[in-house]
Design a protein around this ligand. Structure first.
Ligand code: AOF
Ligand code: ZN
Length: 343
């Protein structure tokens, strides 16, 4: 199963909104084939592994390890469970049941009813953390991310971008973007930082959807860096842009600005995971709404002092949010703190 997990991760960043899935076919203590789900809409992991067998007849009496319950529905491809039965697999070891209601246990039923032994190890949940969260909790998983100084500030006073993170922390934050289907920033961050919000590495298979909260988009500046890369941009606004927009820009008219309403709307649009990258007021709104499932903070060895802008600023919380024991990592001169909401 560990090898199947390694296979599954090869789909990182390319399978949204489908899960990452890996599969390994074994017979007589030998690995016959491996496979994974390469990209949204393409064959499922089981089918990819089967395509790597010398002959499909090798599947007779074999075991397949697959990180997620095989599917039972006619979607973009026919049901994998049927294919496994037809080829004569004798055992299927799954890493977890599928929380997506279109499958939701039917794959396991289909296999067992046809005499295939199914064992569930329940140990691959982390491969699809956001996918599982989305189907179980019926909303996107929210990760707050920021870089701050030792005194908790994100920039110097005034409307300037302050470079705090070193190169290792910067590279790490690119990885965080790969793990999320969408990135959200507020209007002020958009104006002050002029961000691209893309994954810079050339091997990026797909880019996250870039979401901007912008109350009034009538005078949208199309020369901003955001619009120089043709990855999707969604603008949530009360006032539509007047200029004609490139086809990768979508406008969502959104009169209710509460984080809960924004999250509901993004969930309805199929967003499973959201990285909230700032700025301070947007972070505060999510904290106040209790909509922080995970948190990543990069701490850099600077003191900004006085009037620098705190990482989170805005209306206070009645109750503190409680987080689990953090993981601490040194990245060059920076410290990365990762944690999740305590249960
Ligand atoms: C995948 N890859 O390896 C497995 C999936 O729209 P479809 O037909 O591609 O079906 C997507 C659903 O199929 C997905 O949400 C999950 O429930 C199931 N299994 N999906 O994309 C795979 N095994
Ligand atoms: Zn399938």
């Amino acid at each position: 199963m560990q090898l199947a997990v390694t296979e599954a991760w090869k789909g990182l960043g390319a399978t949204w909104t489908n899960p990452r899935v890996g599969a390994v076919i074994v017979k007589d203590n030998r690995i016959l084939a491996r496979g994974h789900h390469h990209r949204f809409g393409e064959p499922h992991a089981e089918i990819d592994a089967i395509s790597h067998l010398n002959s499909p007849s090798d599947a007779k009496g074999a075991t397949i390890y697959v990180t997620l319950e095989p599917c039972s529905h006619y979607g973009k491809t026919p049901p994998c469970a049927d294919r496994l039965v037809d080829l004569g697999f004798s055992r299927v070891v799954i890493g977890q049941a599928d929380p997506n209601p279109i499958v939701g246990g039917n794959g396991i039923d289909r296999l067992t009813k046809n005499g295939v032994v199914v064992d569930n190890l329940d140990n691959t949940e982390m491969v699809n953390e956001a996918y599982n969260f989305y189907y179980r909790r019926k909303r996107p998983m929210v990760t707050l991310k920021y870089a701050m100084s030792l005194d908790g500030k994100i920039n110097q006073a005034g409307n300037t971008r302050t470079q705090l993170s070193g190169s290792q922390a910067w590279e790490d934050s690119q990885q965080l973007r790969r793990l999320n289907q969408a990135i959200l920033v507020g209007e002020r961050t958009y104006h002050v930082d002029d961000p691209q919000l893309t994954i810079r590495e050339a091997d990026a298979k797909t880019q996250p959807i870039r979401i901007i909260l912008m109350r009034d988009a009538r005078h949208l500046d199309l020369t901003a860096k955001l619009f120089q890369t043709s990855a999707q941009v969604w603008i949530l606004t009360s006032h539509r842009p007047t200029a004609s927009l490139p086809e990768f820009v979508k406008v969502i008219e959104k009169p209710d600005w509460s984080p809960a309403a924004v999250i509901k709307q993004l969930g309805d649009q199929g967003i499973q995971s959201l990285l909230v990258e700032g700025g301070s007021h947007v972070q505060a709104a999510f904290v106040k709404a209790g909509l922080v499932d995970k948190l990543v903070a990069y701490i850099s060895p600077f003191m900004i002092g006085g009037t620098g802008l705190p990482a989170v600023i805005g209306p206070g919380n009645a109750e503190m949010l409680h987080f689990a024991t953090p993981t601490i990592q040194s990245l060059g001169d920076d410290i990365k703190v990762t944690t999740r909401r305590a249960d």
